[in-house]
Design a protein around this ligand. Sequence first.
Ligand code: G3P
Ligand code: CA
Length: 294
Amino acid sequence: MTLLTTLALACATSSPPAAGGDPVNLDTPAWKLATRHPDRPAIVAHRGASLVAPENTLAAYRKAIELGATAAETDLRLTRDRHVVILHDDTLDRTTTGAGALEAHTWAALEGVDAGSWFGEAFAGEPIPDLDGLLDTAGDALVLCLEIKDGVAIEQEIRAALDAKGRRAQAVIFSFDADKVALSRLAMPDVPAVYLLRPRETGALDEAGAPVKGLVPVMLEEARAIDASAIGMSQHYVDAGLIRAAHDAGYPVFVWTVDEPEALPPLLEAGVDVLITDAPDTISAALDALLTTP
Ligand code: G3P
Ligand code: CA
């Protein structure tokens, strides 16, 4: 844990309990998503409906709603003038007609940059959205999982954007960065935060994907120390023992990016709670079929 996290936690004497969060808020759409789903995993549209529309554009979120999604994930970064925008990479190159580091651009300078045509001419002219635009497009149709990308200090800007529209009840924070999870929980105790893990890189799972004795509890202790509400990991790291340990510690488990119906049976067997997918309609239909087949 870094010094920043330690300091933040030292100030958090009145922070609500981890793993399940503040019971007062359990009725909000965001807390419902971040709660265990033992009967049927919840579905989150990854970067919008990104299999059929350009990732992280308003078209992708409109499409997610059209396909019946009730939650979507997005990636948040800051421009040079600290405007919160939706973009996965730290540069404009892969998914837009722009070039170079996002943080070198002002929000005004992004006007006219096309974030859709790389995906298909039908999407030419799709702008890089900002968080305000995403909140407006989502309306009350989508819970929004807002991933703070590594190294971006953005909690205060997110809080301001959510509060300006009274939308905290619809937001879930995601981050791979322990500090970001801790600081988000301090800034917005009524907004759940999912700590995204890389259990193999941190050594909690071995090369074969099996939990390394003693390290899974350490990982879950860290989640508790930063007041995470749930944990998340790639589907490639899912291990039944790890999921069981997470559940025993009170943590729902989010898993990405599950686009193939064939991947579902072992994930259901392991007990994952939330499936993050580029294809929410396909995965929802596959779940229906699996869960209704005797
Ligand atoms: O939802 C978590 C997942 O999106 C993290 O990976 O690279 O898609 O942002 P990435
Ligand atoms: Ca993401």
